[in-house]
Ligand binder design. Structure first.
Ligand code: HEC
Length: 147
C-alpha cells in the first residue's frame, strides 16, 4: 500500500468516526441558552411576578387567566434557569445543587399559584405568592447575585 492510499484510507476512517458526533454538536447549539440570567430576571421573572404579587380582588375570568399565564411563564423561566444563562460561567453556576434547589422551589411555588387559580382562591393565591414564591428569590440572590 503506498503512502497516499494509506493516508486516504485514514482520512476516510476519520470522517466515518467523526460523522456520529455532528448531530450532537448541532443539537447543543439548538439548546444552548440564549439569554443571560439578568435578561431572564428583567424580561420574564419581574413582570410575571408583578402580575402574581399584584393580584387582588380578581373578578373576571380574564383576570384569573392573566395570573395563570404569569405562573406558567415563571415555570418556563425556571425551565431556562435549569441550564443557567448564556455565558459559560452562568452555566457552571447552574450546575450547583443550591442553584437547582432554589430554582426548583420557585417552580414549585408557581405550581401552588396555579392550584390557587384553579380553585379561584385568593387567600391561597396570596399565601403562595408571599410564603412560597418570594423566599427562593431571596435565597438565590443572597448566594449568587454579586452586587
Ligand atoms: C436560581 C437562582 C435565582 C432565582 C430563583 C431567582 N433569581 Fe433573580 N437573580 C439571580 C441572579 C444570579 C441575579 C444576578 C444576575 C446578574 O446581575 O447578572 C438575579 C437578579 C435579579 C434581579 C436584578 C436584575 C438586574 O437588572 O440587576 C431581579 C429584579 C430579580 N433577580 C428578580 C427575581 C425574582 C422576583 C425572583 C423570584 C420570583 C428571582 N429573581 C428568583 C438568580 C435567581
Amino acid at each position: 500500500m503506498n503512502r497516499t492510499v494509506k493516508t486516504l484510507l485514514q482520512l476516510g476512517l476519520a470522517s466515518v468516526l467523526l460523522v456520529p458526533a455532528l448531530p450532537a454538536i448541532s443539537q447543543d447549539k439548538a439548546t444552548a441558552p440564549l439569554l443571560s440570567v439578568k435578561q431572564i430576571m428583567n424580561a420574564i421573572i419581574t413582570p410575571m411576578t408583578s402580575t402574581i404579587w399584584g393580584a387582588y380582588q380578581l373578578q373576571t375570568d380574564a383576570e384569573w387567566q392573566a395570573v395563570e399565564n404569569a405562573a406558567l411563564t415563571v415555570m418556563a423561566a425556571g425551565n431556562l434557569l435549569m441550564a443557567g444563562g448564556a455565558s459559560a460561567d452562568e452555566q457552571a453556576q447552574a450546575r450547583e445543587a443550591d442553584w437547582q434547589t432554589y430554582n426548583a422551589q420557585m417552580i414549585a411555588a408557581a405550581r401552588q399559584v396555579l392550584a390557587a387559580v384553579a380553585s379561584k382562591d385568593e387567600d391561597a393565591l396570596s399565601a403562595a405568592g408571599n410564603d412560597a414564591l418570594y423566599p427562593p428569590c431571596e435565597s438565590c440572590h443572597q448566594q449568587y447575585q454579586s452586587h
